[in-house]
Design a protein around this ligand. Structure first.
Ligand code: S3P
Length: 184
């Protein structure tokens, strides 16, 4: 089974993904990490040196590969992966569980700015400089796209990552008739 996590920066995709993968005993894959590994540089450097379209090409190529792998895995995706229609189609046709981790702009802003690595590793996404206006603007554009691709949305505003992970594990276990330690 494949589990894909979708959502804006700061929604907890990586943290939740690691917990779910560990409980299931399957591989955890992060599309951003694979892009960086293949490019041999950070995402911020790719944006600065080659531009966002080059990053999006690398991201689409990584996504094409990871959805084709046949072993069970959990995939955390970059927040902008839904921007390309071809990526959305690939995800929708993948048969994977696709969770949209949802939160209002104010909550995402606080979480992003509580993360010390943000400034050093994450590129600016618009000329608005990463403030609340940027998040509001991009969320307005992306929310319908996340919604169109997801199989389930989880509002993560008031729920810690461990509990989000348990909700995902419970659904997956119910569907597959499996039981995971700590998963319910
Ligand atoms: C992006 C989000 C990032 C990364 C890149 C672009 C975006 O991933 O893919 O910086 O467009 O929102 P995270 O959502 O994991 O931070």
């Amino acid at each position: 089974m494949t589990i894909v996590l979708l959502g804006y920066r700061g929604s907890g995709k990586t943290t939740v993904g690691r917990v779910v993968a560990a409980k299931l005993g399957v591989e955890f894959v992060d599309t951003d990490a694979l892009v960086q590994m293949r490019a041999g540089k950070s995402i911020r450097e790719i944006f600065e040196q080659q531009g966002e379209p080059a990053f999006r090409d690398l991201e689409s190529a990584v996504l094409e590969d990871v959805v084709r792998w046949t072993d069970d895995r959990v995939i955390a995706t970059g927040g902008g992966i839904v921007l390309r229609e071809s990526n959305r189609e690939l995800l929708s046709r993948s048969g994977a569980y696709r969770y949209y981790l949802k939160a209002p702009a104010e909550v995402l802003f606080e979480r992003i700015h509580a993360d010390a690595s943000t400034a050093a590793t994450r590129p600016a996404l618009t000329k608005l400089g990463g403030g609340i206006e940027e998040i509001q603007q991009l969320l307005a554009q992306r929310e319908p796209l996340y919604e169109s691709v997801k199989t389930r949305s989880i509002d993560v505003t008031a729920i810690p990552p461990e509990v989000v992970a348990k909700m995902i594990l419970a659904e997956v276990a119910t569907d597959s008739g499996r039981c995971f330690p700590g998963g319910s």
